[in-house]
Structures are given as structure tokens and as C-alpha cells.
Write a protein that binds this ligand. Structure first.
Ligand code: AHG
Ligand code: MN
Ligand code: MN
Length: 338
């Protein structure tokens, strides 16, 4: 008996009568857009959908054709759902505010439409990441003040990883669930019931090319890890698509780090649509996620595109990391909260 993601969220929403099925209707907008993107990715080499556009986005990065397609799919599929008041995308400089009548427009959706863009042309896993907030009482200025909420206020978060199979992983704050796209029926079907991140894993994931510019505590930690001082042997795995590196860490355990570097002294990954949703999933499955200074979910954003250092993974490796960066206090604080 199959359980689709729509059925799953409806079943669980019965616990929240006030949701009135709005969240499941929202999620169907996201799953539709990701199925549209998936169909392009599967045939990318046959369509004029690979390679760069001669246009850079707000991040100063050259946009890939698939970035734009994935973004348009999400903006369209979510823009027609009247429970959406605003959309924030990595590919849009400003939030897209939608005119909604009283009684509707209660959600804000934040997303990275295509994560790991540099890997598209070489047929390596890419992903889509999303995060859903309730819009506090009618946002007065209609602007980003209502959107700049800490990660602890997320109502739901998830990602789709387009790989050998296409898997949707999401949480609404009551555990983490995975659904595999069945191309025969075009539906995401429950395949990973209640995912728990292993307490420890044997891989660490970091872009070693930047290692010389990592802050000393990070270098100290990585040296300890490589020398077996954490009590086990580790392998290095780095795909360069955050969603894929995270998905492996979620299922197999271990640790992923994007530290401050010479070119990104505040970290490269974006808080709202990369770190927050994955931190929510990590904590819901028993893992820990920190900026190296504080719990990711506690960070009060000041800008929709702000970046943060991002370290996420199993409780064993993360506790060792937090002790290395000298904020032992936050190690226990983070553990207590997780
Ligand atoms: P995006 O494609 O959405 O811009 O994200 C790319 C990110 C993330 O997916 C990955 O972890 C990181 O960039 C890789 O950065 P480096 O190439 O600097 O390691
Ligand atoms: Mn990304
Ligand atoms: Mn992206």
C-alpha cells in the first residue's frame, strides 16, 4: 500500500486542525515544481537547458539555464496558491510579495531552486531546498521584516535531491520522512519512514582546497579527525552540491563543514534557504547544526541573502567540533536544545 507525500502530510495535519490542509496544498505546489525540474534534468543533454546564461544573479554568480527554469517553476506553482503571501528565492534580489485577500496569504516560502548548479553540466546530483514560515499578523510594510524570522520559526522544511533516484525529504517538526519519486506514477512515495541521523559516521565533508584559510580551530579539529583522535578512521567525501553532501550525512552520519574562508569570511552558504532548512531537518533527526558560534536555528536574520558558516552532522562529531572551536558551553547548550 503506497503512501504519497500528499497523503502523508494530510494524515499528519489531522493533528493540527487549524492547518485546514493548507500546508499540504502548499507542499503540492513544491512537489509539482520539482517534478517539472526533474523532467528537465533527466533529459538535460537533449534539451537546450544546459550551460550558463549570460546573466549573473544577485549572488554575483553566473546563472545556469536550469537555475532559471527551476526558479520559474517554483514561482509559478507557488504563486497560484492563495495561501502564499511571499516568496524568497536565491535567484530573486527582493522578496516576491503577492496580493492576497484577507484570510489567505498566511505563509512565506523561501527556496534555493537549484542547489549545486556547478554540477549540472557534468551530470552530478543537484537539489532544491525549501523552508516554510507563517507570515506573522498581516505584515505591515509587506516587506522583508515579516520574512526575516529565525529558523526556529519554520513550519516545515525540506529538499529534493535529483540523483540516481529523486528523493524528497521533509519535516514539519515531528520527525523526518523521505519519499522517492516513482516515475511510473509520477508521485513521491514514502520510502524512508522516520529518518534518524546516526550518532556518528565515518565521513567528513569539506572543500579541502580552502583548508589553509580556515580559522585555526577548524584546522585543529580537522587535524584531530584525520589523525584518528576522535577514535575512528574517517574518509573524505565532497560532492560540491550541498543537498547531496547533506543527504549522505543525514543517512550515514559524519560531519559536513563549510567554514569561513579567505574568499567568504562570513561563510558561503546562505542562512535562509540553505542552512536553516537543513538545520531543521538535522535537529529533527537527532543531529546538530551550528555556525561555529551559535545554533543555526537561533540566528536572527538581517538580510534575506545573508551567508553563514555552516557545520552540520552527527552528535558525536559535532560535539567534538564544538569543543574544538572552544565554545564547549555552546556544545552542551546546543545538545540540550537539539
Ligand atoms: P548553489 O548552486 O545554489 O549556488 O549552491 C552551491 C553551494 C552548495 O551547493 C555547495 O555546498 C557549495 O556551493 C560548494 O561551494 P564550493 O564550490 O566553494 O566548495
Ligand atoms: Mn545552493
Ligand atoms: Mn542555487
Amino acid at each position: 500500500m503506497i503512501v504519497t507525500v500528499q497523503q502523508h502530510i494530510l494524515q499528519r495535519q489531522q493533528q493540527f486542525p487549524e492547518a485546514r490542509g493548507r500546508l499540504s496544498w502548499l507542499l503540492s505546489g513544491i512537489t509539482l515544481a520539482t517534478k517539472m525540474t526533474e523532467s528537465k534534468i533527466r533529459r538535460a543533454g537533449l534539451l537546450d537547458i544546459l550551460g550558463p546564461l549570460n546573466h549573473t544573479n544577485v549572488q554575483g554568480e553566473v546563472q545556469q539555464k536550469l537555475d532559471v527554469y527551476a526558479n520559474q517553476a517554483l514561482l509559478h506553482c507557488l504563486g497560484v496558491r492563495d495561501s502564499v503571501a511571499a516568496l524568497v528565492s536565491e535567484e530573486n534580489e527582493e522578496p516576491v510579495m503577492l496580493e492576497r485577500s484577507e484570510g489567505s496569504g498566511e505563509y512565506v516560502i523561501v527556496f534555493d531552486p537549484l542547489d549545486g548548479s556547478s554540477n549540472i553540466d557534468v551530470n552530478v546530483n543537484v537539489g532544491t531546498i525549501f523552508s516554510i514560515f507563517r507570515l506573522p499578523e498581516r505584515a505591515k510594510d509587506g516587506g522583508s521584516s515579516a520574512i526575516l524570522q529565525p529558523g526556529t520559526r519554520q513550519v516545515a522544511a525540506g529538499y529534493v535531491v535529483y540523483g540516481p533516484s529523486t528523493i524528497l525529504v521533509y519535516t514539519t517538526g515531528n520527525g523526518v520522512f523521505g519519499f522517492t519519486l516513482d516515475p511510473a506514477i509520477g508521485a513521491f512515495v514514502l520510502s524512508h519512514e522516520n529518518i534518524r541521523m546516526p550518532e556518528s559516521g565515518n565521513t567528513y565533508s569539506v572543500n579541502e582546497a580552502n583548508a589553509e584559510s580556515f580559522p585555526a580551530p577548524y584546522q585543529h579539529f580537522l587535524r584531530k579527525l584525520r589523525m584518528g583522535e576522535l577514535g575512528r578512521k574517517y574518509s573524505s567525501r565532497y560532492i560540491g552540491s550541498l543537498v547531496a553532501d547533506f543527504h549522505r550525512t543525514l543517512l550515514k552520519g559524519g560531519i559536513f563543514l563549510y567554514p569561513p574562508t579567505a574568499s567568504h569570511v562570513g561563510g558561503k552558504l546562505r542562512l535562509l534557504y540553505e542552512a536553516n532548512p537543513l538545520a531543521f531537518i538535522a535537529e529533527q533527526s537527532g543531529g546538530i547544526a551550528t555556525s561555529g558560534r551559535e545554533r543555526i536555528l537561533d540566528i536572527q536574520p538581517h538580510d534575506i541573502h545573508q551567508r553563514t558558516p555552516f557545520v552540520v552532522g552527527s552528535s558525536a562529531e559535532m560535539t567534538a567540533f564544538l569543543e574544538s572551536v572552544g565554545s564547549v558551553g555552546s556544545a552542551h547548550e546546543v545538545l540540550d536544545r537539539a
